[in-house]
Design a protein. Structure first.
Length: 507
């Protein structure tokens, strides 16, 4: 009886967790998954073309990663698939060694992501400042919009179709933003795609279609080992690419997870997400797909279409598989203008417009403005989110060090009874603040034979600070003044003793 009493709540708790993770709002999740699947097709094909591989490589990766990550990931409602950032990394590998080496690199990258997850890589997210996150998000919004320019102005198509193409995009945006004012029962992006595709097919209008992007596969992928020699030579070829894929994939995935955390006011397990990304990439490599990671654009489509649970991620992968296998002929006839309208909506919604006001009103510190703008510029110029985020974090660190290095304070009073001067040092003493420390003493103005340097309110971080303090003592000694360090805490006294080989005065 007691065992049943103990087990019953456990089953109920597991059931509640399952419902919250999968079945909180199945209608919205399924419909948003369908919207995401439709938008994934041209992107997966485009990324395959960028990487120099057959379109099916990107499509296989997209549906397999989406399905697997829905069960192994740590962030519900996030979409992972083949991405442009990962495609750019592997271009030289495919060109020089072939697609089989790409599959091997994908598997190795996945294995390393699992390893980094075990080391707790998710905790590194706390070191990415908010201004870098803003730059990351705004840069991605700009890149999403810029990627639509060729499809908007038909740079590779018949310019005679331009007026009709622009009209279709405008109609799509009107439906996307207008329909929610009347009803939110069905995601407006899905309605826009269906209405525009039906109109183009019904009236026989000739516009660039999804099928023009590349041929859709007509067979399921099979499990197989990459056809590469299992030698150290192969490892030396794929390892640099796999390592880059590992870091780029984790960075984009964790940043996207953090963004969705903020939008939904929920938390996610970044280490579980990292491990899930690794598992998905390992499986995808054996299925003949390219490496992938979280897609902020598709995740935003899913979020704005109502997708919140793991079911929406699973649905996007399943619907993608159904669309390319069973309805490939129909999907191929969808005009690209419909999907461009959806992506423009994503770009507008992704950009953090509130981040502009502090810049125009000059309420944001100049250093933070520089970090955010620098992140945006580097990402847009290089088309690599990892470069921009790394540069942003580095700039933030430099500004922080510069700010901290100038907070050292030295005050002094003269004690006429004991014929000495007392200096009180406060602040953070480390390699960047040592110069300010040494030049904060009025050596030539001292007219007493003895001084005390009280470090009670100072924090000594490294040997550079110890050397700087001894330099201050030496400068006084050069002028015939006896200087003593006092108030060192135990850590500082030990560090000073190890560095100089002398015993220092502590508390």
């Amino acid at each position: 009886m007691s065992m049943q009493t103990i087990e019953a709540p456990s089953r109920a708790a597991r059931s509640d967790r399952f419902r919250a993770a999968w079945l909180a709002n199945p209608k919205a999740d399924l419909l948003s998954g369908l919207v995401v699947a439709l938008a994934l097709i041209p992107e997966a094909i485009s990324f395959s073309i960028i990487a120099g591989v057959d379109p099916k490589v990107g499509l296989y990766a997209s549906f397999s990663i989406a399905i697997i990550i829905s069960m192994t990931g740590g962030r519900a409602g996030m979409i992972s698939a083949a991405t442009g950032a990962m495609a750019l990394v592997i271009v030289p590998l495919v060109k020089d060694h072939g697609v089989e080496y790409l599959f091997a690199a994908t598997i190795l990258a996945g294995a390393m992501q699992i390893g980094f997850a075990r080391l707790g890589v998710g905790s590194l997210m706390r070191f990415i400042p908010r201004t870098v996150m803003l730059g990351f998000v705004n840069a991605l919004a700009i890149l999403i919009f810029l990627a639509q320019i060729p499809h908007i102005f038909l740079e590779d198509g018949d310019k005679g179709q331009l007026p009709l193409n622009l009209a279709f995009i405008a109609a799509g945006l009107a439906i996307i933003y207008g329909l929610p004012r009347m009803t939110k029962a069905v995601p407006s992006p899905l309605v826009a795609i269906v209405v525009l595709a039906t109109g183009a097919i019904w009236f026989g209008w000739s516009l660039p279609t999804v099928g023009d992007m590349g041929e859709l596969p007509n067979a399921l992928p099979g499990l197989s080992l990459p056809d590469v020699p299992l030698t150290l030579g192969t490892l030396s070829i794929i390892f640099p690419y796999a390592l880059t894929l590992t870091f780029v994939g984790l960075l984009e995935s964790l940043l996207t997870a953090q963004l969705l955390d903020d939008l939904t006011d929920t938390d996610s397990d970044k280490d579980v997400e990292s491990r899930g990304q690794g598992i998905a990439n390992v499986a995808t490599g054996f299925l003949g797909g390219m490496a992938g990671c979280a897609m902020i654009g598709q995740s935003m489509i899913n979020h704005r279409s109502g997708g919140r649970t793991r079911l929406s991620t699973l649905a996007s992968g399943v619907f993608l598989l159904i669309l390319i296998m069973a309805l490939g002929g129909l999907v191929a006839r969808i005009p690209m203008a419909a999907l461009v309208a959806v992506m423009i909506m994503v770009a507008i919604g992704t950009f953090d417009w509130r981040s502009i006001k502090p810049i125009t009103t000059q309420t944001m510190p100049r250093s933070e403005t520089i970090v955010m703008a620098g992140t945006v510029i580097i990402v847009v110029v290089t088309h690599n989110l990892a470069y921009g985020v790394a540069a942003g974090v580095l700039m933030s660190a430099m500004f922080f060090v510069r700010k901290v290095s100038h907070v050292v304070s030295v005050t002094s009073v003269v004690d006429p009874d004991n014929h000495e001067r007392l200096y009180a040092v406060s602040g953070q003493l480390f390699f960047a603040s040592t110069n300010d420390l040494v030049h904060s003493f009025d050596y030539d103005a001292v007219r007493v034979p003895r001084v005390e340097i009280d470090c009670t309110d100072a924090r000594i971080w490294d040997t550079s600070a110890v050397v700087a303090l001894d330099a201050v003592v030496a400068k006084f000694a050069e002028r015939g003044i006896d200087a003593h360090l006092v108030g060192l805490n135990r850590h500082a006294a030990d560090l000073h003793g190890r560095t100089t080989g002398t015993v220092s005065a502590g508390h």
